[in-house]
Each structure stands twice: as structure tokens, then as C-alpha cells.
Design a protein around this ligand. Structure first.
Ligand SMILES: N[C@@H](CCC(=O)N[C@@H](CS)C(=O)NCC(=O)O)C(=O)O
Length: 212
């Protein structure tokens, strides 16, 4: 059964797609255009009642929330493709979960604000809130300082192995270093910079960027 992923052009669906590639799971994509409001169509809302991307359909099974989806596939196909994305021991699993939570609750809110203000408002010709951008950049900087300290002690966030916690950072950090033109936030931090070079050069991520 080929997994269907809705909304491949956006960042959160890319979190799922990069995981499917790491796990060597076959998938196809269904475009959903947020600008046209296709995420609010009744047919889409039947799959994802909050109207957010992504959602996946795997046979009769439907699942939304990108981080729930990546956990699901990492667990379901533990020994296929890249293994140990959730760690090998319960302690490693705990650390992967800890850093996945940090990504979702500390890293994501400020970077999402910046993405919305800098990329999407500007794209629609709407004025950006410069104070909010500045405030979010400061918050994100403080989060990255914590990452710098952590990554001075281990190669990846959860330890010396690549995990879902690292993978989960790929799509929005790509916006930061690319179209948002704020690469200095990564490059000014030696260990964060080396970590970014490592994870963003994975074949799976290069494939995502090539495809979408
Ligand atoms: N917590 C959700 C959030 C997903 C999310 O923010 N998706 C964005 C695209 S990257 C979106 O669909 N925005 C439009 C909306 O939520 O109405 C997840 O991780 O799946």
C-alpha cells in the first residue's frame, strides 16, 4: 500500500516526507494549496478537521499531526531503512522524545512566527510586524544557544545518533537559512552550524528539496 501525503509543498508535510524517505516507505503526494484555501474544503476537513497540513492516508488508516506521523512510521518500520530513529534503549527513546518536545514547544513557535511574517505575509503583499519578527528572532536565538551547548557535548540532539529529533528540525531551519536570509543564526554558533551541515546534507533531505 502506497502512503498518500497531503500538501508536499509546505514545511510540516516535508517533515513527514523526509521520514518516509529515511524509512524507505513508498509514498505519493496530493497537492493542497493553502493560498487558495484548499485546506478548508469540506473534503479535506473530513481528513484533518483543523484544516492543517499534513495528513496521511495509509490504506484505511488516516493520521494527522506531522510529529505523530513520524513517530508512527519510525515505530512501525523500526528495522527498515534508517534504524534507531527513536533510539535503541528506553533512555535513548526518552532523550529523542525530550528533544522532539523541545523542537515542538521551544524551537517551533518563534521560527513559525518568523516564517509567517517574513515569508507568507510578504508573499501576499501584507505588511509584516517588525516588532514581532525581532521578538521571535531573540527567542529563537536563546533556544539556539541551548542547542549550541547541547551539541558541544553530543553530535546530535539526543546523543551520538541521528534521530527524529534532528529530522524534525529540517523543514523550518531550511526556511531560516534560505528564503528568510537568516543563515547567520546557524553559522554564528559553531556546533549548531556543524550539526546543520550534517543533517541537511543527508540524501533524504536533498531528495525532498529536489522533489518539492
Ligand atoms: N501541528 C501541525 C501543524 C501543521 C502546520 O502548521 N501546517 C501548516 C503548513 S506548514 C498549515 O497547514 N497551515 C495552515 C493552517 O493551519 O490553516 C503538524 O505538525 O502537523
Amino acid at each position: 500500500m502506497v502512503v498518500k501525503v497531503y500538501g508536499p509543498a509546505y514545511a510540516s508535510p516535508k517533515r513527514v516526507i523526509v521520514c518516509l524517505i529515511e524509512k524507505q516507505i513508498e509514498f505519493e503526494t496530493v497537492p493542497v494549496d493553502l493560498v487558495k484555501g484548499e485546506n478548508k474544503n469540506p473534503e479535506y476537513l473530513k481528513l484533518q478537521p483543523f484544516g492543517s497540513l499534513p495528513v496521511i492516508q495509509d490504506g484505511d488508516f488516516t493520521l494527522y499531526e506531522s510529529r505523530a506521523i513520524i513517530r508512527y512510521y519510525a515505530e512501525k518500520y523500526k528495522s527498515q531503512g534508517t534504524t534507531d530513529l527513536l533510539g535503541r534503549t528506553v533512555e535513548e527513546r526518552g532523550l529523542v522524545e525530550q528533544w522532539l518536545e523541545v523542537e515542538a514547544h521551544n524551537f517551533h513557535p518563534p521560527i513559525y512566527q518568523m516564517t509567517t511574517q517574513i515569508l507568507f505575509f510578504a508573499k501576499r503583499g501584507l505588511p509584516a510586524d517588525e516588532n514581532l519578527i525581532k521578538e521571535s528572532e531573540e527567542k529563537l536565538g536563546k533556544v539556539l544557544d541551548v542547542y549550541e551547548e547541547r551539541l558541544s557535548k553530543s553530535k546530535y540532539l539526543a546523543g551520538d545518533f541521528f534521530s527524529l529529533a534532528d529530522l524534525s528540525h529540517l523543514p523550518f531551519t531550511q526556511y531560516l537559512v534560505g528564503p528568510m536570509e537568516k543563515e547567520y543564526m546557524i553559522r554564528d554558533r559553531k556546533h549548531v552550524s556543524a550539526w546543520w551541515d550534517d543533517i541537511s546534507n543527508r540524501l533524504s533531505w536533498k531528495k525532498v528539496l529536489e522533489l518539492y
